[in-house]
Design a protein around this ligand. Structure first.
Ligand code: ADP
Ligand code: AMP
Length: 218
């Protein structure tokens, strides 16, 4: 098994980045770092950071780079990240990617894989309206495709599942626009660095995962 892997998940909101990142983290025993989860935990705990992030998230906009980068760099400086990590939802802009690269270069490190989970826009709104999330442990489900064992309750911790505020149809449409404008250029950015790998995200989640482990190795 490859150690110290640094992986980035790319893809539209709702492409399945989080679903796959959690499986990658389990299999390769590396931390799963989701900036969205970090912001949601801060919102839940009522921190200043959470209050600021919420004003952007509720509209489907990106939280400013400065704030997001600071949070991410603090997180990857933690000791558990020495064995590598899988980033889910970061970077979302070219400046975020550049700052991450600069920090990694200082330490003689680099991103090993950028995995682009491809799902066309037509599928996304359907995916998001069916997504149910656990605010307690971060697990995600889908009403039709990946239902919880007990309706409305998280399999892992029993907490009641919610429809995220930013998964309402109008906000999802805005988030898709933001994705195409600001995040999609990262596909070319990582392709130019020779680390981009794309997988079809429309198939069953276990088949998507098989495609990813074929890339990462056993
Ligand atoms: P992202 O992290 O990219 O925003 P998620 O991993 O939260 O996306 O997935 C979005 C929704 O789609 C969730 O409800 C999830 O359960 C569902 N989902 C994820 N992968 C698949 C798949 N391969 N097929 C069908 N539904 C999926
Ligand atoms: P996610 O859980 O990844 O879908 O993120 C939910 C929301 O959090 C996004 O729509 C943004 O408002 C915010 N967010 C998460 N990650 C980032 C990031 N890297 N840059 C800016 N905003 C982010």
């Amino acid at each position: 098994m490859v150690n110290r892997m640094k992986i980035i998940m790319l893809g539209a909101p709702g492409a399945g980045k989080g679903t796959q990142a959690k499986m990658i983290a389990d299999k390769y025993q590396i931390p799963h770092i989701s900036t969205g989860d970090i912001f949601r935990a801060n919102i839940k705990n009522g921190t200043e950071l959470g209050k600021e992030a919420k004003t952007y998230m509720d509209k489907g906009e990106l939280v400013p780079d400065e704030l997001t980068v600071r949070i991410l760099l603090d997180r990857v400086a933690q000791p558990d990240c020495e064995k590598g990590y899988v980033l889910d939802g970061f970077p979302r802009t070219i400046p975020q990617a550049e700052v991450l690269d600069q920090e990694l270069t200082k330490r003689n490190e680099k991103i090993d894989y950028a995995i682009n989970v491809e799902v066309p826009d037509e599928n996304i709104v359907r995916r998001m309206s069916g997504r149910r999330a656990c605010v307690s442990c971060g697990a995600t489900y889908h009403l039709v495709h990946i239902p919880p064992k007990k309706e409305g309750l998280c399999d892992k911790c029993g907490t009641e599942l919610i429809l995220r505020d930013d998964d309402k149809e109008e906000t999802v449409k805005n988030r898709l626009g933001v994705y195409h404008d600001q995040t999609q250029p990262l596909i070319e950015y990582y392709s130019n660095k020779g680390v981009l790998q794309s997988v079809d995200g429309t198939i069953d989640m276990m088949d998507v995962f098989k495609g990813i482990t074929d890339i990462l190795g056993e």
